[in-house]
Design a protein around this ligand. Structure first.
Ligand code: ADP
Ligand code: MG
Length: 629
């Protein structure tokens, strides 16, 4: 054991780091190779940061030292050393970076990670476990580092991965970071030169700085995006994607494009195979890096693409950007804004092309990543039309599980149909069975099923598509009568319906009974099989949107607001409604219970919330009476 040097201080890891290390040391046995990738990617990041910083600052330490990563193995002593001449770390940075979890050290994160670790080690990279993965293979790790700042001091950080680490001032270090890994007894293979070379080839071939193993360069270095597209092999793109995206999967789509006007752009954008956010691991950070003449300006740039395209990975290189642009300037720069616009348009156009080329593949993409486009539709007015064209939904004319575009819907519209109709439901069977679809089915008019709550916000933001209004089927003023369609059975109900005066008296009584909870009670022209339906007179908010707001209020602990301002439509041809009209004269109190129940049922079918306690009590009362001899 190394004896304590003078000036050594022992520090406890942050509690979250201890938990993380526990997972790393005790749960991750497979694919240990990835720790090398993590260390090399940190070294490359540090070099990128230094390269950019040296353009911004007048004085840097060791300015003449070449930018490279050096790897040494010592098979006799079972150590692996990875050194870089990058930005280095000050004491404070050491403590913050290698003593805490900077990004997302929450307990849920750790619980999820522990769960993931059991199944799929490949998620590690995405989680940013990063540096700590070194303890998969190292029994003791030393980090010797000296910041590029001229007046900084050098330090040694050392730990065996249990509760604490030490910090010791260290004289005579060159700029950068040297990590010495004392390998565990079962990890001696990482002190083998061939093994290391193989791992580098596999994971880090596209590191943008030379990686030297025992003095020999083993990686490609060259910036992939500067090469001619024709020469780049598919595997190279995939390797590159994995390197920059810290990913293990295959990219789903790839767009490599170059432009000279209006801006000089060289970009490679990847859609990943997996949507990590969908797996429940919080918001992903943006994955596209911004370069200028091959110098990394901003990693995981928040400026180069809109937030809703955060799932993309890749690089953008533009020679038009000033090399010494600062972070603040990136946010304010009109040039960057222009760049963002050009890239966004280009990417959306690319998606449209993909959809045309291979609809099935595109639909799969949409199922996995469509949520981001929907987010874009509600947030970014500028790309409304492009995004609308990319949306896909199920509809009454699509098979279950297969998708249709708004453009295809328009193609199929019936004679005299001017609007595009949709209805929200928690699932397709639920939407199909609900009362809103009856009139459409009867008249053979296509209706889109919006199966996610966000969909109605999307539709209402879009407002229209191709000059046709997007209309929710729960609108009060829905009028399908002008549409020419197979409408044969229409007259039957009308015959059986209540006399107009009886119906008027009944609707007035229902309005009185339900009071403020409904705006109007009217005889429905659309219902076929259901006794009643809730519709929205204002025509802007759909019931689903209202439910989303209800849920938000409930979450904040506020009272469930009563739903006012909606219309109740009744089906005067339905036996229940006709019998209710009679019951009203013989037992008004009980008739009151029945209409309350009908109203609650209609609310539920509209996806709105009702007070379950009152509703259950009432339904027992009704059942009791129904079962009485
Ligand atoms: P990430 O790379 O995702 O930020 P890591 O756990 O891999 O997470 O690294 C944590 C931080 O430690 C890095 O963000 C960086 O600031 C610092 N760091 C790690 N390795 C180096 C290195 N070789 N040189 C300089 N800083 C480093
Ligand atoms: Mg890292």
């Amino acid at each position: 054991m190394a004896k304590q040097k003078t000036g050594t201080e022992t520090k406890e890891f942050q509690a979250e780091v201890k938990k993380l290390l526990d997972i790393v040391i005790h749960s991750l046995y497979t694919e240990r190779d990835i720790f090398i990738r993590e260390l090399i990617s940190n070294a490359a990041d540090a070099l990128e940061k230094f390269r950019h910083q040296s353009l911004l600052e007048e004085k840097v330490f060791d300015s003449h030292v070449p930018l490279e990563i050096t790897i040494d193995v010592d098979a006799e002593n079972h150590t692996l050393t990875i050194a870089d001449t990058g930005i280095g770390m000050t004491r404070e940075e050491l403590e913050a970076n290698l003593g805490t979890i900077a990004h997302s050290g929450s307990n849920t994160f750790l619980a999820e990670l522990a769960e993931a670790a059991k199944n799929d080690v490949s998620l590690i990279g995405q989680f940013g476990v990063g540096f700590y993965s070194v303890f998969m293979a190292g029994k003791r790790v030393r980090v010797l580092t000296r910041s590029y700042r001229p007046d900084a001091e050098g330090y040694e950080w050392a730990s065996d991965g249990s509760g604490s680490y030490t910090l010791t001032p260290e004289e005579g270090l060159r700029r950068g970071t040297r990590i010495i890994v004392e390998l565990k007894d079962d990890a001696h293979e990482f002190a083998n030169e061939d093994k290391i070379k193989q791992v580098i080839k596999q994971y880090s071939n596209f590191a943008p700085f030379p990686i030297l193993v025992k003095g020999e360069k083993v990686n490609t270095v060259q910036a992939l995006w500067k090469r001619s597209k024709k020469e780049i092999k598919e595997e190279e793109y995939t390797e590159f994607y994995r390197f920059i995206g810290n990913a293990f999967d295959d990219p789903r789509f790839r767009l490599h494009f170059t432009a000279d006007a209006p801006l000089a752009i060289n970009a490679i954008l990847f859609v990943p195979g997996e949507n990590i956010e969908r797996l429940g691991f919080g918001r992903t950070k943006p994955g596209v890096n911004l370069y200028c003449q091959k110098v990394l300006i901003e990693q995981h740039s928040e400026n180069i693409l809109p937030e809703w395209l955060r799932f993309l990975k890749g690089i953008v290189d533009s020679e038009d950007l000033p090399l010494n642009i600062s972070r603040q300037a990136l946010q304010d720069s009109a040039l960057v804004a222009k760049l963002r616009q050009v890239l966004t348009k280009r990417f959306l156009k690319f998606l449209a092309e993909q959809a045309k080329e291979d609809a099935a593949k595109y639909d799969k993409f949409f199922t996995e990543f469509g949520i981001y486009l929907k987010e874009g539709a509600t947030m970014d007015f500028a790309y409304r039309d492009e995004i609308a064209g990319l949306l896909r939904f199920e509809s009454s004319k699509s098979e279950t599980g297969s998708l249709t575009s708004l453009a295809d819907y328009v193609e199929r519209m019936a004679d005299g149909q001017e609007e595009i109709y949709y209805i929200n439901g928690p699932s397709r069977p639920a939407a199909e069975a609900g009362p809103y679809v009856e009139a459409f089915r009867k008249r053979d008019i296509e209706i889109i099923f919006t199966l996610e709550p966000i969909d109605d916000f999307v539709m209402s933001h879009l407002g229209e598509f191709d000059g046709k209004k997007l209309v929710s089927a729960d609108r009060a003023d829905l009028d399908l009568s002008t549409i020419k369609s197979q409408d044969a059975a229409g007259e039957k109900e009308a015959e059986a319906a209540l006399e107009p005066e009886v119906a008027t008296s009944l609707t007035a009584w229902i309005k009185k009974t339900l009071g403020e909870r409904v705006k109007e009670v009217i005889v429905s022209k659309r219902l076929v099989d259901s006794p009643a339906i809730i519709v929205n007179p204002d025509g802007y908010m759909t019931s689903t949107m209202e439910r989303v707001m209800q849920a938000a209020r409930l979450e904040k602990g506020e009272q469930l607001p009563s739903v006012g301002g909606k219309n109740l439509e009744i089906n005067s041809g339905h036996p229940l409604i006709r019998q209710l009209s009679i019951l009203r004269g013989t037992d008004e109190a009980f008739a009151g219970d029945v209409i309350e129940q009908v109203f609650d049922n209609a609310l539920i079918q509209a996806g709105l919330m009702v007070d379950p306690r009152r509703m259950v009590e009432r339904s027992y009362k009704i059942l009791e009476r129904a079962t009485k001899k």
